[in-house]
Ligand binder design. Structure first.
Ligand code: GSH
Length: 218
């Protein structure tokens, strides 16, 4: 097995709250029990040719394993889940459904959530923000409503915990500071279940230690 190297922010802008997307890759690797190394990348270095060769959009995380270099967390987590047991069911229909949830998380849930980040942080000082924010929040609410209806009182989206849940929880937990997640108690509990997984805790602690320079406590 080739050594796995991922990239992460040299210093994450969130200071180690686990919102940078290397956390979901670390989580997937922890779930399947694969060791990995982390190469820190500064913001300027992310836009330099050496990093652009790995990531065409100059972002983190990336994933290297021997000759293989990947970017996009969906593709990275999918690759990890395909190579190692623990994140995708063996049954082919159940597997296809778990993969569907990965796509749903990234292409249906994440875009309006990112819009909120843009509206609040990047465009927070624009004159239209006060009018725009409620619209963005309502678009998210509508997706959360639909997701919570589908989840019902199940623990996970489709049977056992899968890569679909890993990505969905990773996407949803960004909403916590907005208060929107708590409007949907079953989704808040779903996210908390994800965060309670030992593999998530190890991943979170590792990124926290990386960002604060303090060794992990677990
Ligand atoms: N769709 C990409 C998004 C990657 C992304 O937005 N990365 C952020 C960190 S979480 C980043 O590198 N931001 C710095 C930048 O875009 O300059 C993925 O899921 O990997």
């Amino acid at each position: 097995m080739m050594a796995i190297i991922i990239t992460a922010f040299e210093r994450s802008p969130d200071g180690g709250k686990g919102l940078a997307r290397d956390t979901r890759v670390r989580w997937a690797l922890q779930e399947v029990g694969q060791p990995y190394a982390v190469r820190p990348v500064s913001f300027p270095a992310m836009k330099e040719p050496a990093h652009l060769a790995l990531h065409p959009f100059g972002q983190i995380p990336t994933y290297e394993e021997g000759e293989l270099a990947l970017f996009e967390t969906g593709a990275i987590v999918f690759h990890i889940a395909e190579r190692h047991a623990g994140l995708l069911p063996d049954n082919s229909d159940a597997r296809a459904r778990a993969i569907t949830w990965m796509f749903a998380a990234l292409s249906t849930m994440e875009p309006p959530i990112l819009e909120l980040v843009t509206a609040k942080i990047l465009e927070g000082d624009k004159p239209w923000t006060r009018e725009r924010l409620p619209l963005v929040m309502d678009r998210i609410r509508s997706r959360l409503q639909q997701l919570s209806a589908r989840l019902g009182d199940a623990d996970w989206l489709d049977g056992a915990f899968s890569a679909g849940d890993l990505i969905m929880v990773s996407v949803l937990l960004r909403l916590r500071p907005s208060g929107l997640l708590d409007e949907f108690p079953s989704l808040a509990a779903y996210v908390a279940r994800g965060e309670a997984r030992p593999a998530y805790k190890r991943a979170f602690d590792a990124q926290l230690a990386f960002n604060t320079g303090k060794p992990p406590t677990r």
